[in-house]
Design a protein around this ligand. Structure first.
Ligand SMILES: [Zn+2]
Length: 442
């Protein structure tokens, strides 16, 4: 091949910036309402066009009008091996332009960052994967095993119109997938100038959203009344909100804490991991939520008139359970709530946990070290949930690995769903190089 031909091809680390910017400019806001969540279709068509340009033919399936999910398969050299699923969601949470320094759907390049809703959650990864695949298709690189790409809708509202829809209705497209990578992991946390932890997600807490229903005797607000649904509900909600569940350190969290206390020289007391966690700075709120079940009251509803005691009152509690603890959490909550208030589950998705070992983990670690000699890959548990919850139902072993090298002073966790969400351009380019190495050796 001549050098002319080589130079005519865009470099994937350049192209990723254009791809990410284009995706950020497509407003894929997920309002949770199908009538106003139409942008996912445009984004899926954009990805489809970029894949088709280099000879990959994807399929798009809509779960409802506009709620588009794209899947494509890139054949590997060894068809006898299980496929690797590489998944990213296309939707984003809403953004209020008045609160931002730039328009949230401008994809503006400023101060070395690409700005926009979705810049780190997760159009950055969507673009990285696209850049690597386009580069491979142009240069004839084939992965060692099949890679299945999935670009999904609706992750930000529970994935019913996205990953769960694919798992339930188009399972055949995911045939043979044994392992998966997606959000939220692979990002760096600087320990010193020379060393960075890269947090690889090997576990996710479960989602246990509850609605409490209290009943009482309706009546006039001016009279003596001892059976008030609002009072009963308020007492239960206050007990839950103030409660601290016992600390339980799982294998993933233990491995993470051991690594970090070693690096920071912090004495780790197994009976009191919170002291070590408090020293982690901006990620303390992520890690702190992974050592116990949590239950946060989020909504209250009761009454229709100022002087009428209503007969019923409801509250929503956002509970997150550690692996294997969902039933225990239900019993703990029942004790706090008492026997008279009914519990209804509005979401119940199990926690996930896999081990931090094997060839795929070795390939992730080697790819990170290949691009950052100061990389220390560590497993961690995500306190939130991702599309991995759906894909793991097919027996797929799921990891959060969307590699990103971040500046030491960037408060990464605050950018998730935050104002002025942005991704460092050099971090995005780092991610492309790591993914390229990783996917060649997966
Ligand atoms: Zn996300």
């Amino acid at each position: 091949m001549t050098s002319d031909a080589a130079s005519a091809r865009p470099d994937p680390t350049d192209e990723v910036v254009d791809l990410c910017r284009d995706l950020l400019r497509i407003d894929t806001t997920n309002t949770g309402d199908n009538d106003t969540s139409a942008g996912e279709r445009l984004a899926a068509e954009y990805v489809a066009e970029k894949l088709a340009e280099v000879g990959v033919e994807p399929v798009i399936h809509e779960s409802a009008p506009g709620r588009a999910n794209l899947v494509a398969r890139i054949p590997g050299t060894d068809p006898t091996r299980g496929a690797l699923l590489v998944h990213g969601h296309l939707d984003v949470v809403p953004a209020d332009a008045d609160e931002w320094s730039v328009h949230p759907f401008s994809g503006e390049l400023r101060d070395g960052y690409l700005w926009g809703r979705g810049a780190i959650d997760m159009k950055d990864f969507d673009a990285m994967v696209l850049a690597v695949v386009r580069h491979w298709q142009r240069t004839g690189v084939r992965p060692p095993r099949d890679i299945v790409l999935a670009y999904t809708a609706d992750e930000e509202a529970g994935s019913d119109y996205g990953a769960h829809f694919l798992v339930q209705r188009h399972r055949d497209l995911l045939d043979g997938c044994t392992e998966a990578i997606g959000e939220v992991g692979g990002f760096s946390y600087s320990v010193s100038d020379a060393q960075r932890l890269y947090l690889i997600e090997t576990a996710e807490k479960g989602i246990d959203w509850l609605r409490l229903h209290a009943r009482g005797r309706p009546g006039h607000g001016s009279m003596v009344h001892d059976d008030n649904a609002v009072t009963a509900l308020a007492e239960a909600v206050a007990r839950i909100g103030r409660h601290r569940f016992p600390v339980v350190v799982t294998d993933t969290v233990r491995a993470f804490l051991a690594e970090i206390s070693d690096l920071l020289g912090v004495e780790l007391d197994p009976d009191d991991p919170e002291t070590a966690i408090a020293k982690l700075g901006p990620i303390a709120n992520i890690i702190g939520a992974t050592i116990r079940n949590t239950a946060n009251p989020t909504r209250l509803a009761a009454g229709y008139k100022d002087n009428v005691i209503p007969g019923r009152a409801t509250a929503t509690i956002d509970c997150r359970s550690l692996p294997g603890q969902s039933e225990l959490l239900e019993r703990q909550l029942r004790e706090l709530i008492g026997p008279d208030i009914a519990i209804e589950y509005i979401q119940r998705q199990p926690a996930l946990e896999t081990t931090f070992d094997g060839d795929l983990v070795d390939a992730m670690s080697a790819a990170l070290r290949g691009e950052d000699p100061g990389a220390r890959p560590v497993p961690y548990m995500l306190s939130g949930g991702t599309d991995a919850k759906a894909f793991s139902q097919l027996g797929i072993r799921c990891f959060g690995f969307a590699p990103l090298r971040l500046p030491a002073d960037l408060n990464f966790s605050a950018l998730f769903h935050g104002i002025d969400e942005r991704v460092p351009v050099d971090g995005l380019q780092f991610g492309v190089r790591v993914l390229d190495r990783f996917l060649r050796t997966c």
